[in-house]
Design a binder for this molecule. Sequence first.
Ligand SMILES: Cc1cc2nc3c(=O)[nH]c(=O)nc-3n(C[C@H](O)[C@H](O)[C@H](O)COP(=O)(O)OP(=O)(O)OC[C@H]3O[C@@H](n4cnc5c(N)ncnc54)[C@H](O)[C@@H]3O)c2cc1C
Length: 460
Amino acid sequence: MTKLRLAIVGAGPAGIYAADILLKAERNFDVSIDLFDHLPAPYGLVRYGVAPDHPRIKGIISALRNVLDRGDIRLFGNVRYGTDITLEDLKKHYNAVIFATGAVHDADLKIPGIDLEGSYGAAGFVSWFDGHPDVPRTWPLDATDVAVIGNGNVALDVARILAKHADDLLSTEIPANVYEGLKASPVTDVHVFGRRGPTSVKFTPLELRELGELRDVDIVLYDEDFDYDDAARDAVASNKQVFVIDKVLNQWRQRETGTASRRLHLHFFAKPVEVVDDGTGRVGAFRYERTRPDGAGGVVGTGEIRELPIQALYRAVGYFGTPLPGIPFDKKRGVIPNREGQVLWKGAPSSGSASANQQMYGVYVTGWIKRGPVGLIGHTKSDAMETIRHLINDLGNWWRPESPSEQSILDLLHERGIRYTNLAGWHNLDLHELALGAEDGRTRVKVVPRPDMVNISRAE
Ligand SMILES: Cc1cc2nc3c(=O)[nH]c(=O)nc-3n(C[C@H](O)[C@H](O)[C@H](O)COP(=O)(O)OP(=O)(O)OC[C@H]3O[C@@H](n4cnc5c(N)ncnc54)[C@H](O)[C@@H]3O)c2cc1C
């Protein structure tokens, strides 16, 4: 019987679901899967993106863990595609590869002053509070007034973690350095800015509601943002999610404020114009243009420029994928170009015709690197189904590797001195983190430094 030796790069939800779906799929060949990740622990953004105070979502890790614990997928953590292993290596040892490398960097916000000291991307801050091994241990939390640019759930995560009292995060898995950093934060006012109106936000109702439950934090809304036009009223009447969001915001408008020690302001119809220098190269103010509805569901600028004094700014305007060596990349969208998961490259133009997209045989994508950084964890499942369907049907076009044995990749990693971690190693680290948590009466405390993660995993 034919055997598919498959490499999957990226052990986030997309990679794990792809492996699971392939193993359960109807097919007339055997499968053997190796799952690589450059982090020593699996689960991608579920571990290092989803906020620590969202234990229900973090709980998806149990479902992903069940897939790995079945034992029919080999995990290789602490192995980076592009440096530790290359496309040539994969072609030598596998019949095909699926890239599920996600999107971990911030999209750009091209306004003057965005690179000033005190201006941050959401991704860095999220990585810090989620204990990512590759960001510095300390985060400069010295601002009293902070702006968060964006109207999606990541903007809400950033604003909530900034405004929340650190003691209210103590029951979560946040590492000690994160608790201490947040505990010392002098923040009083967090301002979230969106370009459009309250009926055009990308927040989900659940995430929004949560803001209203923060202890000792007032939610501040501004009446001028609630003068709806017909398009906004239609949106409230026709879309259930918008209806709920509008209802929540209007309930908050009726609340008494003024007693809390911290405030979370939601500003709408505000288009970023500039981050203003305080004269020392640091963030001093946020300048924005007031917008108004254009009557068709969008907004136009009014020409009215406003300025809010702040000392820190976070942009949460979307994530962006990272190019991978040897693999085509769409620089505009930050994804690997593909047709339903089959990777495409621009073939040479033939007889004067424009270059056409051709399938790059043996190479597939799934998850955020396939369709861009939008959608929830659950969406990566349907993504994976589509990709796996093509992988199965493409059997005749798979690579023909010269060393397909399961031992050969182990030999290669050993030869290169790569200190990879495996599933047993993840169990070691998992137990260690649970034990650290138990000492403190918490469920888990994350281990942050990469060498510690690797040493604990490898029991060295
Ligand atoms: C801040 C934030 C909060 C979120 N909150 C929620 C939420 O509450 N609920 C929800 O449903 N969704 C949430 N999401 C969305 C969810 O995280 C994504 O839908 C999902 O993680 C995408 O899965 P993925 O596997 O494509 O990418 P990822 O989860 O990013 O996994 C990609 C993996 O590839 C690895 N990798 C990357 N490059 C390489 C390389 N060169 N070599 C080896 N490995 C590599 C990475 O280490 C990572 O483990 C959130 C996202 C963010 C950013």
